[in-house]
Design a protein around this ligand. Sequence first.
Ligand code: GDP
Length: 345
Amino acid sequence: PAAEAALRDAVLGPPGPAQRRAVAKTITLLESTRADHRLRADALLDALLPHAGRSLRLGISGVPGVGKSTFIEALGLYLCGLGHRVAVLAVDPSSTVSGGSILGDKTRMEQLSVHPQAYIRPSPSSGTLGGVAEKTRESLLVCEAAGHDIVLVETVGVGQSETAVAGMCDLFCLLQLPNAGDDLQAIKKGVMELADLVVINKADLDEAAATRARAHITSALRLIGLHGRARAPDRGDEDTTATPPLDALWQPQVLQLSALKGAGLTDFWSVVRRFQQTQRANGQLAARRQQQDLAWMWERIDAGLKQRFRAQAAVRDALPDHARAVREGRMAASVAARRLLDLYG
Ligand code: GDP
């Protein structure tokens, strides 16, 4: 308890090397798989939570090579220049396969990583997407408690990780290449629907193409808007505050930018500020975060229950026979599920 109190005080203390070490140590603790570490990390999260929540949480996604790290480096330095304290986190489920994390890698953000107002943490590299996202969410709270007022959460544009990141951010920004095809992929995968803001990067390469892409994506977003944008699933069992849908107040914007040349950052930031004002003025921010937190709680309960169910001795013993019976058509799937659930108790 004394060690935890010291760690908590250092995280909440003045910015500097001691705080930086304490933040790193806290995140390492909550990434640990040891049960005693988990208990200590949970106690720390309880203590830090009242000091968290005061940042702008900005999600950034895009396919490999679109320029995410170049953009984050440029944006991060720009924001530090404005006096902000920036944290960069990442959700990279592929790191669980490759063993190393590509995203949030300090060598990719050379200047930002040594900036005294910035803190960069690579993606946790263990567990499922849900597990990785859980650590990143918790790290976000730690960074906020330490006074970082802007948290950038990076994810690569493959798979389900965009949904996870959109589910922990106030604003989700999708980076696109200035060519046709990239936007079609994003639309098909349902990622475009998550975007509050689309940035066409590398606009310096081909301005005409970037302009075409912008028109294309703008009309795609309008169509998506007509059909209602993707939202976290409504669990139906929770009290959600009635607020007007953000869609009525905010039409997703499309911007052109060159991360390499640092061109368009001021425009980008003013759009983000406008989004933030809209979100705050209408109670949207609190509503979105509430909904995200409850959806996340249920996500983790579902995942935890499934894990406990499979690990329980009676279920583990009966599972192969039941699965075989279902496979061979001797037992209805629903009947097998009921019997296994009854075994679980
Ligand atoms: P990531 O994989 O999404 O993180 O992409 P990187 O930031 O590593 O960028 C991939 C490549 O694109 C690098 O060679 C960058 O220098 C280059 N790049 C990034 N942004 C721009 C840009 O705005 N214009 C041009 N011309 N190149 C860029």
